[in-house]
Design a protein around this ligand. Structure first.
Ligand SMILES: [Zn+2]
Length: 200
């Protein structure tokens, strides 16, 4: 049994790296998914409402990607409720798309802070790592890492999909940062740079 593992693992790694390489250059559209909206506010802490921050960063990210010549589709551009199924359907109408969902986090332990990016596929993992690396280089805040997560919105989209958690609103320092337009602008720019890096 054990003798087969190294060969299999190597073959699998080669397959993974070649498919990521092929895919990485091929997306032409980015579907920006501002989390929550309308009746779904997301998390609320320190006077911040997640849905508003998600939309703000989404609109800023749209501007940065368009400036870099990327076609952008938004799942929402106003404070409206959009179901996860609708978000996936919007994305699934696009060919060669990358789906980027934007969120902010919260947890009962208020000491927890930082940025993290979730993925569900090997290509998604590659994009997630480039986005988080760019955020880590350009933003203040803890790098919590990238994580595999079988999130419904990621599962339902046929596009390569990642979900960015821009910070913990339940943490006082993260919340203070995310409350400023300057930080959200820098976050949007950093995400755009990470997305562009995953194309080449
Ligand atoms: Zn959220």
């Amino acid at each position: 049994m054990s003798a087969h593992i190294p060969t299999l693992a190597l073959a699998w790694l080669l397959l993974l790296s070649s498919s990521v390489g092929t895919w990485a250059a091929s997306f032409s559209t980015v579907v920006i998914d501002a989390g929550h909206g309308g009746k779904d506010g997301g998390c609320v802490h320190h006077g911040l409402v997640e849905k508003k921050l998600c939309l703000d960063v989404a609109l800023r990210l749209e501007k940065h990607l368009k400036a870099r010549g990327i076609r952008v589709i938004m799942t929402r551009r106003t404070d409206v409720y959009v179901s996860l199924e609708q978000r996936a359907a919007i994305s699934n109408r696009q060919r060669h798309a990358l789906f980027v969902s934007l969120h902010f986090n919260a947890t009962r332990n208020r000491a927890i802070s930082g940025m993290e990016v979730f993925y569900r596929s090997s290509a998604g993992k590659s994009v997630a790592s480039r986005i988080l690396r760019s955020m880590d280089l350009n933003l203040k805040g803890k790098n919590r890492g990238i994580f595999y997560e079988d999130l419904k919105v990621l599962r339902a989209t046929r596009a390569v999909a990642v979900l960015v958690e821009g910070g913990y609103l339940s943490n006082k320092i993260d919340a203070a940062r995310c409350a400023t337009a300057a930080h959200r602008e820098e976050m949007a720019r950093a995400i755009a740079v990470g997305i562009m890096a995953s194309r080449s």
